[in-house]
Design a binder for this molecule. Structure first.
Ligand code: MN
Length: 135
Protein backbone atom coordinates (compact mmCIF):
# COMPACT_ATOMS: atom_id res chain seq x y z
CA UNK A 1 0.00 0.00 0.00
CA UNK A 2 1.22 3.49 -0.86
CA UNK A 3 0.88 6.14 1.81
CA UNK A 4 1.09 9.90 1.95
CA UNK A 5 3.45 9.86 4.94
CA UNK A 6 6.18 11.57 2.96
CA UNK A 7 3.95 14.36 1.68
CA UNK A 8 5.87 17.57 1.17
CA UNK A 9 3.32 20.20 2.20
CA UNK A 10 1.04 20.29 5.26
CA UNK A 11 -2.01 18.04 5.13
CA UNK A 12 -4.24 20.84 6.41
CA UNK A 13 -7.75 20.62 7.73
CA UNK A 14 -10.49 18.13 6.96
CA UNK A 15 -12.25 19.29 3.81
CA UNK A 16 -15.91 19.88 4.68
CA UNK A 17 -17.23 20.81 1.24
CA UNK A 18 -20.12 18.50 0.27
CA UNK A 19 -18.85 17.58 -3.21
CA UNK A 20 -16.56 14.77 -2.08
CA UNK A 21 -17.31 11.11 -1.33
CA UNK A 22 -15.13 10.03 1.60
CA UNK A 23 -12.58 11.96 3.63
CA UNK A 24 -10.17 14.54 2.26
CA UNK A 25 -7.94 17.29 3.60
CA UNK A 26 -7.12 20.72 2.20
CA UNK A 27 -4.24 23.09 2.86
CA UNK A 28 -4.28 26.29 0.82
CA UNK A 29 -0.85 27.29 -0.51
CA UNK A 30 -1.81 30.33 -2.63
CA UNK A 31 -5.13 32.08 -2.22
CA UNK A 32 -6.65 33.93 -5.12
CA UNK A 33 -4.70 37.01 -6.12
CA UNK A 34 -5.43 39.34 -9.04
CA UNK A 35 -1.81 39.40 -10.16
CA UNK A 36 -1.22 35.63 -10.14
CA UNK A 37 -4.83 34.83 -11.15
CA UNK A 38 -4.42 31.32 -9.78
CA UNK A 39 -5.25 29.37 -6.64
CA UNK A 40 -2.99 26.59 -5.34
CA UNK A 41 -4.02 24.02 -2.76
CA UNK A 42 -2.60 20.80 -1.35
CA UNK A 43 -5.31 18.12 -1.31
CA UNK A 44 -5.06 14.69 0.35
CA UNK A 45 -7.65 11.99 -0.38
CA UNK A 46 -7.97 9.04 1.98
CA UNK A 47 -8.42 5.60 0.41
CA UNK A 48 -11.64 5.40 -1.67
CA UNK A 49 -12.18 9.17 -1.48
CA UNK A 50 -12.93 11.10 -4.67
CA UNK A 51 -14.52 14.36 -5.66
CA UNK A 52 -17.70 14.73 -7.71
CA UNK A 53 -17.70 15.14 -11.46
CA UNK A 54 -16.75 18.76 -12.08
CA UNK A 55 -15.04 21.20 -14.42
CA UNK A 56 -12.89 24.31 -14.07
CA UNK A 57 -13.77 27.36 -16.19
CA UNK A 58 -10.11 28.43 -16.16
CA UNK A 59 -8.54 24.96 -16.21
CA UNK A 60 -6.52 23.05 -13.60
CA UNK A 61 -3.13 21.37 -13.25
CA UNK A 62 -2.57 18.52 -10.76
CA UNK A 63 0.91 17.62 -9.46
CA UNK A 64 0.84 14.27 -7.66
CA UNK A 65 3.16 14.37 -4.63
CA UNK A 66 2.24 11.22 -2.68
CA UNK A 67 0.45 7.89 -3.06
CA UNK A 68 -1.58 6.69 -6.02
CA UNK A 69 -4.88 7.92 -7.32
CA UNK A 70 -7.40 7.97 -10.13
CA UNK A 71 -8.18 10.63 -12.73
CA UNK A 72 -11.00 10.34 -15.23
CA UNK A 73 -12.40 12.59 -17.94
CA UNK A 74 -16.01 12.08 -19.07
CA UNK A 75 -16.16 9.41 -21.78
CA UNK A 76 -12.62 8.14 -21.15
CA UNK A 77 -11.28 5.28 -18.99
CA UNK A 78 -9.92 5.95 -15.50
CA UNK A 79 -6.21 6.77 -15.52
CA UNK A 80 -3.96 5.65 -12.63
CA UNK A 81 -1.90 8.59 -11.39
CA UNK A 82 1.24 8.31 -9.25
CA UNK A 83 3.86 10.47 -7.55
CA UNK A 84 5.50 12.71 -10.12
CA UNK A 85 2.56 12.68 -12.55
CA UNK A 86 1.29 15.93 -13.98
CA UNK A 87 -2.34 16.10 -15.09
CA UNK A 88 -3.36 18.92 -17.44
CA UNK A 89 -7.09 19.65 -17.31
CA UNK A 90 -8.25 22.09 -19.97
CA UNK A 91 -11.03 24.59 -19.23
CA UNK A 92 -14.53 23.11 -18.99
CA UNK A 93 -13.41 19.45 -19.33
CA UNK A 94 -15.67 17.35 -17.07
CA UNK A 95 -13.62 15.06 -14.81
CA UNK A 96 -13.00 13.80 -11.28
CA UNK A 97 -9.94 12.85 -9.21
CA UNK A 98 -9.29 10.91 -6.03
CA UNK A 99 -7.48 8.12 -4.25
CA UNK A 100 -7.51 4.46 -5.29
CA UNK A 101 -9.34 1.85 -3.19
CA UNK A 102 -6.01 0.75 -1.67
CA UNK A 103 -3.91 3.94 -1.52
CA UNK A 104 -4.20 7.48 -0.28
CA UNK A 105 -3.20 10.19 -2.75
CA UNK A 106 -1.96 13.76 -2.37
CA UNK A 107 -1.80 16.30 -5.17
CA UNK A 108 -1.18 19.98 -5.51
CA UNK A 109 -4.09 21.48 -7.42
CA UNK A 110 -3.34 24.64 -9.41
CA UNK A 111 -6.43 26.42 -10.64
CA UNK A 112 -5.33 28.59 -13.56
CA UNK A 113 -7.18 31.68 -14.80
CA UNK A 114 -9.02 31.67 -11.49
CA UNK A 115 -10.91 34.87 -12.31
CA UNK A 116 -12.93 32.86 -14.87
CA UNK A 117 -14.28 30.70 -12.01
CA UNK A 118 -12.77 27.96 -9.87
CA UNK A 119 -15.10 24.98 -10.19
CA UNK A 120 -18.52 23.93 -11.48
CA UNK A 121 -19.74 20.89 -9.51
CA UNK A 122 -21.81 18.01 -10.89
CA UNK A 123 -23.03 14.65 -9.66
CA UNK A 124 -21.15 12.34 -7.30
CA UNK A 125 -19.01 9.60 -8.86
CA UNK A 126 -20.96 6.39 -8.31
CA UNK A 127 -19.36 3.24 -6.89
CA UNK A 128 -19.89 1.65 -10.31
CA UNK A 129 -17.98 4.46 -12.03
CA UNK A 130 -15.27 4.48 -9.33
CA UNK A 131 -14.80 0.71 -9.54
CA UNK A 132 -14.51 0.66 -13.36
CA UNK A 133 -10.70 1.00 -13.40
CA UNK A 134 -9.01 -1.64 -15.57
CA UNK A 135 -5.23 -1.95 -15.49
MN1 MN B 1 -10.49 19.10 -10.88
Amino acid sequence: MKTTENAIFPKGEKNEIPYFTGTSYLHMLISNDKDFDCVVGNVTFEKKCRNNWHSHPGGQILLVTAGEGYYQEKGKPIRLIKVGDVVEIKPDVIHWHGATPTSEMTHIAINTKASLGLVVWGDAVTDKEYNSYKN
